[in-house]
Design a protein around this ligand. Sequence first.
Ligand code: NIG
Ligand code: FE
Length: 411
Amino acid sequence: MVTILINIKELIQVRERNIKKVSGKDMAFLPTLKNAFLAIENERIIDYGTMDKIPSYQSAMLIDCKGKMVFPSWCDSHTHIVYAGNREQEFVDRINGLTYEEIANRGGGILNSAKKLQQTSEEELYEQSSKRLKEIISLGTGAVEIKSGYGLTVEAELKILRVIRKLKETFSLPIKATFLGAHAFPSEYKENKEAYIDVIINEMLPQIGKEYLADFIDAFCETGYFSVEQTERVIDAGKKYGLVPKIHVNQFTSIGGLQASVAKGALSVDHLEIMTESDIDALKGSDTMPVALPSCSYFLSIPYTPARDIINADLPLALATDYNPGSTPSGNMNFVVSTACIKMKMTPEEAINAATINGAYAMDLSDEVGSITKGKKANFFITKEIPSYGYLPYSFGSNVIESVYLNGKRI
Ligand code: NIG
Ligand code: FE
């Protein structure tokens, strides 16, 4: 049966021909239709247009959207939602003056989360993670990437990836899995980092490949974490199992990880709080999507990704949450879009493009989601009655979403 949303005040991100991503000046253009309808059948978008051109279907279920807007679901291309417990004590330590780095050096940070996760059963981990997934779906996210990286042993990394596989089987939104064994060096490898790289390459990856547990490979390429050369080796090893690189770079320092990732054909480079001119130059002419994570900058009080410099260089930009227990305990894409406007000086049009079609690109999903296009998945949300689409980022901290749909079904 056909479902038709009628009297939509404004239908957002309508792309007649599917595009993979938007870059530079094109990001300032957000195509919309006022007083529109949207027709869905068998989980897909089959038609849309203005109300005066609505076709007559034999039988259809009508949903009246008077005064309300319809957005394609947010596409969150960077999360770490499979983790155990929380780290609010470190939050208090930071309020009291310790830095993120100092906390990590004392065995807190990623290693603290890994310890908790290693002691948590797969069932319990699934319970905690599915709650987070339900929460972000209710906030409008309709496609998501989830990383491992809080396990750091063969057993615990596989446990995370199996939880992600179960989430993929259970939930109706597209989920992509990323292997991030190279997130931090476990303390027992502090003096012998090469031995841990060896575990990643020769123990974790073969098993992940055998069970088809990941789509992408990631590494935290950063001073004090994984060097450029170690990151390159992890990328090359992942490629042998068909894993496409999506890499954490330039969060605290610019050390050449971005250039190396682009040279290795990364689908995305993520964080980018610290960017030099040479980093921006390296992205030019590549197919790599730069991804900004403004909630992380907000929570850690670190610089924001220089969105204007990136967009003015005619590059694309995607926005994602980075939802994780240490640097971003929030998976709210509405807040990300608001913060990108407020702190990174992106216009609402640019931020919405970055959080939909460009986010889809950063997970290799732009043929399925990210815009209102015939044939794409009917993943979208209906807002409350709002005056304009710019009201969404403007009214930061409030929730303007009334209902969410995945595969054409209300959740
Ligand atoms: O993307 N930067 C590396 N990893 C995570 C945070 C890690 C943590 O503190 O748990 C991030 O911000
Ligand atoms: Fe991250």
